[in-house]
Each structure stands twice: as C-alpha cells, then as structure tokens.
Design a protein around this ligand. Structure first.
Ligand SMILES: *[C@@H]1O[C@H](CO)[C@@H](O)[C@H](O)[C@H]1NC(C)=O
Ligand SMILES: *[C@@H]1O[C@H](CO)[C@@H](O)[C@H](O)[C@H]1NC(C)=O
Ligand SMILES: *[C@@H]1O[C@H](CO)[C@@H](O)[C@H](O)[C@H]1NC(C)=O
Ligand SMILES: *[C@@H]1O[C@H](CO)[C@@H](O)[C@H](O)[C@H]1NC(C)=O
Ligand SMILES: *[C@@H]1O[C@H](CO)[C@@H](O)[C@H](O)[C@H]1NC(C)=O
Ligand SMILES: *[C@@H]1O[C@H](CO)[C@@H](O)[C@H](O)[C@H]1NC(C)=O
Ligand SMILES: *[C@@H]1O[C@H](CO)[C@@H](O)[C@H](O)[C@H]1NC(C)=O
Ligand SMILES: *[C@@H]1O[C@H](CO)[C@@H](O)[C@H](O)[C@H]1NC(C)=O
Ligand SMILES: *[C@@H]1O[C@H](CO)[C@@H](O)[C@H](O)[C@H]1NC(C)=O
Length: 252
C-alpha cells in the first residue's frame, strides 16, 4: 500500500482525534490482534491490527510502534475485506489488502521541536528563533497497559527518547471505542467507531540551557491516498485551557 500523493505536515500539541466522516452513529464490530502473523515478536514489539466491520464497509487500522516513530495506518474497504501483514523478523514490511481500499491514510509523529517561547504565546512560529528537532526514530517503546476486546482497544506505551544527548519520556495512549461518546479524560473529545483517540504526554525532557522558556511541539505527518487537492480537510479546534490544547482532525 502506498500513500504518496498528498502530504501535509502540521504541528500540534497534546490530544488528537483521527476521524473519518461524521454523519450518523454507526457502531462497528471490532476485532483487535497483537502483531498478527509475526512468529518472533515478543511483549515489547507493539503492533496492533484492528478490523472494525460495519454494515457497509470495514475499517482496518494499524497502530505501529515497532520502529521508533509511532505510526497509525487507516484503510477503508469492503465489508469482507481483509489485510495481511508480512514481517521481516520483528519489523512489518508489507501490508496487503484483499481489495483496493476506497480510502486510506497514514499518520506518524516523527519528531519533536523544542523552541524558545520568550513571548509565552504557546504557539510556534518563525519569530521564535531556532527550532531544535528531537528525532523519535531511536525511541524505544515499552507497553504499560493494553486492552484488546470487542468493546475497547487501548494501548498505553512509554517511549524512552534518545537523540544526540537529549532524553526524556513520551507517554502515548491510543484508544478506540466502537461507539460515539465523549472521552473520559480531559478535554473530553468526541470519539466514534470511526475514530481513534491519541493522547501524548511529554515527561522530563532535557531542555536546552540557552533557552529560558522552552516549549515542545509535535511534528505530525499526514499522508493520504487522495488525488490532487482532494477533499482532505484539517479542522483544528483549540480549548482555552493551555494544559489541554486539543486539535481535532476530521478527514472528510
Ligand atoms: C463512519 O463511517 C461510515 C462510512 O465509512 C459512515 O457511513 C458513518 O456515518 C460514520 N460514522 C460516524 C459516527 O462518523
Ligand atoms: C479476529 O481476527 C483473528 C485474526 O486476525 C482471527 O483469527 C479471529 O478468528 C478473529 N476473531 C473474531 C471473533 O472474528
Ligand atoms: C521488554 O523490555 C523490558 C525493559 O527493557 C525488559 O526487562 C524485558 O526483558 C523485555 N522483554 C522481552 C521479552 O524482551
Ligand atoms: C460477505 O461475506 C458474507 C458471508 O460470507 C456474505 O454473506 C456477504 O454477501 C459478503 N458481502 C459482500 C459485500 O461481499
Ligand atoms: C512487498 O510487496 C512488494 C510489492 O508488492 C514486493 O515487491 C516485495 O517483494 C514484498 N516484500 C516482502 C518481504 O514480501
Ligand atoms: C492472507 O493470508 C491468508 C493465509 O495465509 C491467505 O489465505 C489470504 O489469501 C491472504 N490474503 C491476502 C489479501 O493476501
Ligand atoms: C521526572 O522527574 C522527576 C524529578 O526528577 C521525578 O521525580 C519523576 O519520577 C520523573 N518522572 C518519570 C516518569 O520518570
Ligand atoms: C530570555 O531570553 C531572552 C533572549 O534570549 C531575553 O531577552 C529575556 O529577557 C530572557 N527572559 C528571562 C525571563 O530571563
Ligand atoms: C489546487 O488548489 C489550488 C488553490 O486552491 C488551485 O490553484 C489548483 O488549480 C488546484 N489543483 C488541482 C489539481 O485541483
């Protein structure tokens, strides 16, 4: 599967929802499996495959933490479609679908940026001087908690960041519930059977000594299968509470 046509990169802090369409509340039958088809994976190799079957289509989701950069792949295809993963040792190499997806996209958090927010804006732009990237490609992810049932799919991981002497912890929680409701945690974002909730916390990251107002931003890559300008829309909403600034990305 390839997602080459439309790449959009944006920067957001904290909670995100990946949603697909937003019409009526159609529940789905979900089946989640941990590293399906991998013979040599262990408890520390986290790749979750979720098949969410609806009445008109099936959503396939992959939550991949096997290579440092956290990645989510989402594909929508026919009700009876299936996806196979081929592995090279503990790395997934091919995701094969039984039919062409109607729609697919992939998203990844590839790095953090540290910047000096001397004007305390809480927002990153060119006037903030140098941005210092912290790559996540060397991050080791250890699962802390996992729920794989037909009522909920949830995984919590702790990532140990290490990039050129910079270190710290990233806690990530990905949650999928097959019905429409508000999330329990602040800021109570809406989720549905079509969406997953991603929660990111940065803990004890090393700061640059020459910055006196360090803040961190996440770099979120979004790659979709849409042609040309497509109809990909990014809707960003922010709450007033700076500690819980959510962005909701609805892909329609
Ligand atoms: C979920 O997506 C399907 C199409 O894939 C759509 O018919 C349905 O209305 C969506 N449900 C919600 C709650 O967004
Ligand atoms: C869930 O998926 C696995 C393989 O991906 C399959 O073996 C299993 O039978 C499925 N379970 C249900 C309840 O469909
Ligand atoms: C998983 O990682 C933890 C912490 O590094 C380690 O103690 C444990 O042995 C690892 N498990 C496997 C199966 O490698
Ligand atoms: C999906 O599979 C079921 C059972 O095998 C079958 O009854 C149904 O017609 C199939 N649906 C489609 C759209 O192929
Ligand atoms: C992955 O898929 C590509 C294209 O279908 C194929 O050329 C390649 O050999 C596959 N790799 C593996 C390891 O199966
Ligand atoms: C997935 O693997 C199963 C078993 O190896 C095979 O029967 C099926 O045809 C494969 N499906 C795809 C889409 O490659
Ligand atoms: C973060 O640092 C504080 C102070 O050094 C320490 O008490 C706390 O345990 C650290 N948090 C984690 C998750 O390691
Ligand atoms: C922070 O650093 C900037 C320049 O690097 C300086 O102008 C500003 O006064 C400093 N603020 C504090 C509170 O030290
Ligand atoms: C894409 O959008 C831009 C600006 O809205 C427009 O100028 C351009 O013609 C569009 N390209 C296509 C392929 O639709």
């Amino acid at each position: 599967m390839m997602f080459p046509l439309n790449i959009k990169s944006c920067i957001q802090i904290l909670s995100l929802i990946f949603a697909l369409s937003n019409v009526n509340g159609q529940d789905r039958k979900i089946n989640a499996t941990l590293y399906p088809g991998c013979q040599v994976c262990t408890e520390n190799d986290t790749l979750i495959y979720i098949r969410a079957e609806g009445t008109h289509d099936t959503i396939h989701q992959i939550w991949d933490f096997t290579r440092g950069i956290p990645m989510v792949i989402l594909a929508v295809a026919g009700v009876n479609s299936s996806m196979n993963i081929t592995w090279k040792h503990t790395r997934p190499v091919n995701f094969t679908m039984s039919e062409n997806p109607k729609y697919s996209f992939s998203t990844a958090i590839d790095k953090l940026y540290e910047y000096n927010d001397i004007h305390d804006k809480g927002y990153i732009d060119d006037s903030d001087g140098p941005w210092r990237p912290v790559s996540l490609s060397g991050t080791k992810w250890l699962p802390q908690n996992m729920v794989l049932t037909d009522q909920e799919v949830m995984v919590q991981l702790r990532g140990y960041v290490s990039d050129h002497g910079r270190s710290g912890i990233i806690d990530i929680k990905v949650d999928m519930l097959p019905f429409r409701d508000y999330a329990v945690e602040l800021p109570h974002l809406i989720h549905s059977a079509n969406s997953s909730l991603l929660d990111v916390s940065l803990v004890n990251l090393t700061r640059s000594r020459d910055f006196n107002s360090s803040r961190f931003a996440l770099n979120l890559l979004l790659v979709s299968q849409q042609r040309g300008n497509g109809t990909l829309e990014t809707i960003v909403r922010k709450s007033l509470d700076d500690e819980h600034t959510p962005g909701i990305f609805e892909v329609t």
